[in-house]
Design a binder for this molecule. Structure first.
Ligand code: NI
Ligand code: MN
Length: 227
């Protein structure tokens, strides 16, 4: 078996083992770089890192149509339930959740989090996912923090880090993040969606290789990698 990870632009991804499909932060209909329409996706799980509109995106619509289980923190899941989303799994930072695809931990993220209507959304998170014998870390929206060393110490097959700057860490800190995470492979995200986060991702990937020895690839929205 293998895992296929497809970038839909910004911090939106699908991850599938051929049997289970996970959709991360589905900001699609409002995203200038989205590689899919909400109606084209049928995930069993939707992972939501925090409450900002460029991450919540089309979560409610997709969850209602597909019956997908939304995995997030308690506060966001309560908000989704009030909007009519029936299947949610609301944990909190540091906690592992077991699901049909494997297991997942909500990890620390240094950021802010308010839902699109101004409701409080608890603490933002990243995701550490164990699926198909692999360990994948999605930093999601965050500044650089030294506990990334602890996440990396678990042995990562893949790390996905934001490089956009302005709203999250930028290219320099993202290189440092990869040096701490020591994944087999790294991918950049959260760039080029809006003018303030325009970045040269290919240049960043080349820097990662030189400065960390880690394999890094800048893919385009719509493209996939296999793990
Ligand atoms: Ni955010
Ligand atoms: Mn964001």
């Amino acid at each position: 078996m293998s895992l296929t990870l497809r970038w839909l632009g910004h911090n939106a991804w699908t991850l599938t083992d051929g049997k289970h499909e996970l959709l991360i932060d589905p900001f699609l209909s409002g995203s200038p770089t989205a590689a899919a329409k909400p109606s084209e996706l049928s995930p069993q799980f939707i992972l939501l890192s925090h409450g900002h509109g460029d991450h919540v995106g089309d979560t409610v619509e997709i969850a209602k149509r597909t019956g997908a289980t939304v995995i997030s923190n308690y506060e966001i899941c309560e908000w989704l339930a009030a909007k009519g989303v029936t299947n949610t799994s609301g944990g909190n930072l540091g906690g592992w959740q077991k699901h049909a695809f494997g297991r997942l931990q909500l990890t620390l993220a240094w950021h802010s989090s308010t839902l699109p209507d101004g409701s409080p959304a608890g603490n933002p998170s990243g995701f550490l996912i164990e699926m198909d014998g692999k360990r994948l870390y999605f930093a999601c929206d965050t500044a650089l923090f030294s506990d990334m060393q602890l996440i990396g110490a678990t042995g990562l097959d893949l790390a996905v880090v934001p490089i956009g700057d302005f709203y999250t860490m930028g290219p320099d800190d993202a290189v440092h993040a990869v040096r701490m995470l020591k994944p087999k492979r790294a991918l950049p995200c959260h760039y080029d969606t809006f003018p303030p986060i325009k970045q040269d991702a290919a240049k960043w990937a080349a820097r990662v290789k030189t400065e960390s020895g880690c394999e890094a690839t800048a893919i385009k929205p719509g493209e996939s990698i296999t793990l």
